[in-house]
Design a protein around this ligand. Structure first.
Ligand SMILES: Nc1ncnc2c1ncn2[C@@H]1O[C@H](COP(=O)(O)OS(=O)(=O)O)[C@@H](OP(=O)(O)O)[C@H]1O
Ligand SMILES: Nc1ncnc2c1ncn2[C@@H]1O[C@H](COP(=O)(O)OP(=O)(O)O)[C@@H](O)[C@H]1O
Length: 205
């Protein structure tokens, strides 16, 4: 848990609330948190879902591990501490998007349960929807796909602390959505998520 450093700071309340913004947009904001091994399909599912939501007139925005690490988090690596800080910052950013009324599609390995739970708690405290989507895929299948050739490098010892090889991945125990990307189709995965969004009243039925 990061300690509050600055003192004498107070939250400044505005007049326009998340409800006002939801009315303006015609749907609520939320954070969808995709977690899973590298190559499990987090980004692929998020991109497909983003397209479907766009067609439906629903505003979403993707936050993706690689992209964020080229920008706001360019000073972070892959130590346990840096991964925790990565997820903490991205959790705060996702919450800002969700509060704006956007559906934040956050795709990060986020290997530690405690870090994901912190982001969940952040949303819960603000009464905001947090939907954990476990993109479950066997290591063998992810390694077989190896879309960026990273597993090959990790096996060759060219990348250290690679998740699933020589760094841990703690699977979610009770995710809102549990996909099996090594035996479901992309369409099935997207439909499963859309169903949950409809059931929760985040997007129109
Ligand atoms: N050591 C190591 N372990 C895991 N992943 C690595 C590593 N080095 C580089 N990469 C690339 O970085 C992407 C993962 O970044 P994340 O921000 O999602 O990681 S984390 O949530 O902080 O654990 C990950 O992207 P995805 O494959 O999309 O998951 C990799 O492309
Ligand atoms: N059912 C599926 N769901 C998601 N991705 C799949 C599926 N079947 C095959 N794939 C492939 O697996 C790879 C997943 O890569 P990517 O989305 O970059 O994973 P991640 O973001 O988790 O690292 C892509 O090449 C994608 O086409």
């Amino acid at each position: 848990m990061v300690k509050q450093k600055a003192t004498n700071v107070t939250w400044h309340e505005g007049d326009i609330t998340a409800e006002h913004r939801a009315k303006l947009l015609g749907h609520k904001g939320a954070t969808l948190w995709f977690t899973g091994l590298s190559g499990s399909g987090k980004s692929t599912v998020a991109v497909e879902l983003e397209g479907r939501l766009h067609e439906m007139g629903i505003l979403s925005y993707r936050l993706d591990g690689d992209n964020v690490r080229l920008g706001i988090n360019k000073n972070l690596g892959f130590s346990a501490e840096d991964r925790t800080e990565n997820i903490r910052r991205v959790g705060e950013v996702a919450k800002l998007f969700a509060d704006t009324g956007v559906i934040a599609l956050s795709s990060f390995i986020s290997p530690y349960t405690a870090d994901r739970d912190q982001v969940r708690a952040l949303h819960d405290a603000a009464g905001m929807d947090f939907i954990e989507v476990f993109v479950d895929c066997s290591l063998a299948a992810a390694e077989e796909r190896d879309p960026k050739g990273l597993y090959k490098k990790a096996r060759a010892g060219e990348i250290k602390n690679f998740t699933g090889i020589d760094d841990p991945y703690e699977a979610p125990s009770n995710p809102e959505v549990h996909l099996h990307s090594d035996r479901q189709t992309l369409d099935e995965e997207v439909e499963e998520i859309l169903t949950v969004l409809r059931k929760r009243g985040i997007i129109p039925a």
